[in-house]
Design a protein around this ligand. Sequence first.
Ligand SMILES: Cc1cc2nc3c(=O)[nH]c(=O)nc-3n(C[C@H](O)[C@H](O)[C@H](O)COP(=O)(O)OP(=O)(O)OC[C@H]3O[C@@H](n4cnc5c(N)ncnc54)[C@H](O)[C@@H]3O)c2cc1C
Length: 478
Amino acid sequence: MHSHGAKSSIANAANSRFGRRSLLKGIGAGALAAGLGAAGQGIAHAEEEALFDVVIIGAGYAGAMVARELGAKGLSTVVLEASDRVGGRIWTDTWAGEQIEVGGQWLAPQHQLVNKELARYNITTYGDPIPDRVIVAGSTGLKAVSPDEAAKLVVPLWTEFYKGSEKYFERPAEPLYRKDLLAAVDPLSLADRIKQMGLSPTEVNLLTGETSVYSGGPSTLGSLTGMAQWYQLAGGTYEAYTNTIGRRPVGGMTAILNAMLRENFTPVHKSSPVTRISDPGTGKVTVYTASGRRYKAPAVVVATSTNAWKNITFEPGLPKAHAQATTQGIGVPHGTKMWLHIKGKIDATTGTAPEGSPILMMVPQKQLADGRLMIAFTGPGLDVNNPVKVQEAVQQWIPGAQVLKSRAMAWGTEKWAAGAWGFRRPGQLTGLFPQIEQPHGRILFAGADIAQGWHGAFIEGALESGLRASNQVLSLVK
Ligand SMILES: Cc1cc2nc3c(=O)[nH]c(=O)nc-3n(C[C@H](O)[C@H](O)[C@H](O)COP(=O)(O)OP(=O)(O)OC[C@H]3O[C@@H](n4cnc5c(N)ncnc54)[C@H](O)[C@@H]3O)c2cc1C
């Protein structure tokens, strides 16, 4: 059944279905056929070699963008994905009978590339419930206030926090435009900026829930410029900035990604972790997977998280900025998102709690017949696998709350992401850019972590970087 002839006929059928140029060798056809079939396993032999125009590593949003754009130009592409599912830090699943997002969830009206994708695939969005109470830090612990009262407390503080960012991010989509001004601010952590403001302890506590969530650990970890750039990209007001959270695509975040991968029938070989990429300077790069498969192409796009680069052997070794980025990490070390199903009729509760709290941020989701779904971003101190501790933590926010069940994903330690959302550390904007976006010979890099604009915590950045890498491939192979 797996004779050479059988594989070739599968490849021919596949090629005519693609209706475009393919460099696929007969001997590599098994790999392509596997990509079109179930999970890409077990057909090709270890010594076989498949030839493509472009090999893309990682089936997240960045990889999907590269695959679609280059597929549209008639290039033969294959996506090698380590995990047994596509999406990477996006994962639409079903829980408590509802569609949930285990990873990235919200789309912002300001995300121009995302909006184009929604229009392209005719996907609409819907909003989260409007909060009716907000938890904020008070002088003696957490307190519940109305959304208007919360705004009165926090808006002046955040406005002060971001003061000057309209100057150092004069053109927020081109973050290095005012490199002269950034030299003084890029070394600052979020904690440094809070310290500069000379606030009371309660005022500090009103800010650190958010700064420690984004930092994925202590607020000393994340850079001021990381958040300030998002603030300016959003429109430079706190209201515009908070609007970046709250809208979800119908069908889930994976729906857009699947549509992108389907458009040019991109073969995706799942459960194919890449272990080595070798560019001997002969015009063809060889990519090796853990199972011993080899893929060759004139261009290879590494579209994994930046943190995951260190799990791949690069020959020749990575340039300085890339090596530094993957060693330091851009994906944050702690990023745990927990879904809660809380019994009964529960107020749509949102807010933040001070750094060090077991739950740092909550976002209300759907009220069901038997309880409300909520999202909690937790701090490193909470054992999310201990239902008693989870219940105690939730009761600090909602007294008497009974957690029917919870489901948490610790992205910081997820094997293939090797870090949660990206958030630049102090000094990384001026220290790593623009070198980090440059090709390493015939090896190119994409991913939200290294985007210019909506970097790290937004799929918009993954799309942007995927477009940039596609254009780089086109100039390389033309
Ligand atoms: C908890 C959480 C909440 C978030 N919330 C939002 C949000 O609300 N809105 C938003 O827009 N964004 C959000 N984000 C950020 C968003 O999910 C990411 O920016 C985006 O998904 C990153 O896409 P990417 O393609 O750059 O990388 P990834 O999605 O990480 O894709 C990389 C792929 O490479 C694969 N891979 C890794 N190593 C290898 C290897 N050696 N060989 C082969 N494959 C490999 C991985 O398995 C993965 O599939 C959130 C992220 C997290 C974790």
